[in-house]
Design a binder for this molecule. Structure first.
Ligand code: SF4
Length: 442
């Protein structure tokens, strides 16, 4: 990495899976607001459903998600409460077409085949699930069984996303996630054997003790298994926010310059292996819908990362899940017990949210364009005169060659794609650069 770029690589910036970022949501948006937004939704509005399963069989040290260890009857109680939340939301919405269903967590495969099937039946009971629904589930490869895989296929799941992270034993040990390649291969064979053939792998760089050679080995081994997509995330070390990350030896974390080089190495290797770059950190086979939407400039970014298609309303279900409706964002209560108590009291389990203003929508469109296509034309948004602060913020990035500005157009060169979050942050009216609320931009 060019040493002159180091100060930029060390800056922090939001991931922009929403605008504003969730740390700017507040309690002024509550269950009553959400109820009015749900009731106001036009019956012909298509929905995306996101179901958050906050349990895992083991807790990995690096994880930044909202997760709990599975214990006794917890899962059964959780499934009952999640079904009640589906009832509660659907009773306010009425029947709508559902175009996308995504199960995240946590580990959705802590649910038994019967529990998963009950929840899917509940969704079909209330909603008009499209015959070509994009139905995806995130899985921990260590707990994929034949019975589960067959249930997913029977329920219409078309894509599974496997958490792979790194395939070197010493790195796996350093991050508290021991998962030999044989387990990943077995999970892939089980899913494909059941007919679930669209597979995504999540990989990570910037992990404790991980070198460029380790990352290259992981990419080679992962590519041998021929997933359709690979997402490559930079590890975010935020121990002030996630206590379990204190178990990770911070002294062995790669620095900003090494992280940059690792991400560039991965991009170049994956491109050479036939995966097209999609957005900031995703890669897909040329025939994959994600690669096609990137080529057609129709790619979208939301809480699941990059998506090829997205409905006008996202309904989040489960603790901490975030919904996005035409009025704005709401986030469910984070702790399982408080979320369940709200649902049992027949109350929408909302903790906070954000009502979008016209200014938010304008800036969100610009930030989406930067994060998805690495360019934006400000002409339709009133040109630079409407964003004088952004112009000033971008001057240093422009002088360093990380962004090209010509008239009302802004473009990020391929070699500077990793800095897209910093470029987007210039248009963020809520950004507070001095607060360590976000991870490093690279
Ligand atoms: S990385 Fe996945 S399996 Fe590990 S604690 Fe986080 S959500 Fe659970």
């Amino acid at each position: 990495m060019d040493p002159q770029l180091l100060p930029f690589a060390e800056r922090q910036a939001p991931r922009y899976t929403s605008y504003p970022s969730a740390n700017h949501f507040d309690a002024s948006v509550n269950a009553e607001t959400y109820g009015s937004w749900l009731r106001a939704l036009s019956p012909d509005t298509s929905l995306s459903l996101y179901l958050h399963v906050p349990y895992c069989r083991e807790l990995c040290w690096y994880c930044g998600c909202n997760t709990y260890l599975t214990r006794g009857g917890d899962i059964g109680d959780f499934v009952t409460a999640l079904m009640m939340e589906v009832d509660l939301v659907a009773s306010k919405l009425g029947s709508h077409r559902v175009g996308e269903i995504h199960w995240g967590g946590g580990t959705p495969n802590v649910l038994s085949p019967e529990q998963f099937s009950r929840l899917v039946r509940q969704i079909h009971f209330w909603f008009d699930v499209a015959s070509d629904v994009a139905h995806a589930v995130e899985l921990d490869p260590r707990y994929v069984t034949r019975e589960l895989a067959e249930e997913y296929v029977a329920a219409g799941v078309g894509r599974a996303s496997l958490g792979v992270q790194d395939l070197n034993p010493h790195v796996q040990k350093a991050i508290g996630r021991v998962q030999p390649i044989e387990q990943v291969r077995q999970a892939v064979e089980t899913l494909r054997g059941a007919g679930l053939t669209q597979l995504s792998f999540d990989l990570m760089y910037g992990l404790s003790g991980q070198t460029a050679d380790d990352l290259a080995r992981t990419i080679r081994l992962a590519a041998d298994l021929q997933p359709n997509r690979i997402a490559l995330f930079g590890y975010a070390h935020v121990p002030w926010f996630k206590r379990r990350q204190r178990l990770i030896n911070a002294e062995d974390l790669p620095g900003a310059s090494e992280r940059f080089d690792q991400a560039e190495l991965a991009r170049s290797m994956l491109n050479d292996l036939g995966y097209e770059s999609v957005g900031l950190d995703h890669f897909a086979r040329p025939d994959d819908p994600l690669a096609i939407s990137a080529r057609n400039a129709t790619l979208k970014r939301n809480f699941q990362g990059y998506v090829a298609q997205e409905s006008a309303a996202l309904i989040g279900l489960g603790p901490s899940a975030i919904s996005h409706l035409p009025g704005g964002y709401v986030q469910n209560i984070t702790t399982v017990t408080a979320w369940r108590h709200a649902v049992e009291a027949d109350t929408l389990p909302i903790a906070r949210g954000h009502a979008e203003t016209a200014e938010d929508l304008r800036r969100n469109a610009i930030i989406q364009s930067i994060m998805c296509t690495h360019q934006v034309d400000l002409g339709p948004w009133g040109g630079w005169d409407m964003f004088p602060d952004a112009y000033a913020d971008l001057r240093a990035l422009s002088e360093a060659g990380l962004v090209m500005i010509e008239n009302d157009e802004l473009r990020i060169p391929d070699s500077a794609r990793q800095f897209s979050r910093l470029v987007a942050a210039a248009f963020d009216a809520y950004a507070q650069p001095s607060q360590p609320a976000h991870s490093r931009a690279i």
